[in-house]
Design a protein around this ligand. Sequence first.
Ligand code: KG4
Ligand code: ZN
Length: 342
Amino acid sequence: MIILGVESSCDETGIALYDTQRGLLAHALHSQVAMHEAYGGVVPELASRDHIRRAIPLLEQTFADAGVARDAIDAVAYTQGPGLAGALLVGASVACSLALALDKPVLGIHHLEGHLLSPLLAADPPAFPFVALLVSGGHTQLMRVDGVGQYDLLGETVDDAAGEAFDKSAKLLGLGYPGGPAISRLAEFGDPAAYHLPRPMLHSKNLDFSFSGLKTAVLTVVKKQTTNLCEQDKANIARGFVDAVVNVLVAKCMTALKQTGLKRLVVAGGVGANKQLRAALNEAARKRRFAVFYPALEFCTDNGAMIAFAGAMRLQAQPQAATRDYAFTVRPRWPLAELRIT
Ligand code: KG4
Ligand code: ZN
């Protein structure tokens, strides 16, 4: 079965072809980061317009790279939500009109299910069940995953997501957008003893997170400086920030593994690309004898491959998820709990 995947929920246009026999056939991605950088964040209207410009050329490129004829596909999967309404509508309309033209079924995929299943694209995928740490720009959640459509929320952020804290703190340090990779790079040169920033909810005894206080702590440190921050100051603050986020994320993962009795941890979403987080989790896995799985770096942030893959998984688990009703809607807000397959 060959599934075409279309992702357009935020600032990346992603297209991919996934074959349940042969694996990922081809994928293409356009990131709008450079376009939004000048504004310090994603401008929704510009994002939608750019998806319109990119979707068809990327689609053509993907089919050409895969050497697959258009009517050889079995279904089209697209990100139906959550995300920016206008951006989602572009992907949904491209996916549904192509499916209509080819007389193929179509199915809407939950963006977070795409992230959640993305580590299964790897050559050595984890078996179910596992604990998943989903850390993206909009979400920070711990989940127990027993199979496709079997997701139980264990805990989540009560305010900012980890990625959001990275982006907002980077802005305070004048590092541009998106801030995650920039803070991470700078932190490598920082002195770990220079700033001890708060670890919100570290001892909360549950699996919830809170990151807005940490961002405020960065703001307070920045405001205290009477002169312009020098590069070393910035690196020290970045280090203090990264250490605090990583400390909390790792501690909560350990609690989740203990509570569930599971021995496999899967990390997904943009912040899962973070070097310091991966190093700390690898170290914990070695010491505590559990296995940790990550998607390839290119599939941590938004991409079409995870949507094509989630589409294929869903179709196998729930064939009725696909439809030939091409009157599409998008779901900018969509609770993951609604995905349960019973
Ligand atoms: O999963 P994603 O591409 O988009 C959403 O679905 O939100 O995640 C984007 C987030 C941004 O907040 C970005 O700053 C963060 O992931 N990010 C990182 C790194 N790469 C991306 N955060 C920390 N370290 C990184 N290397
Ligand atoms: Zn995402």
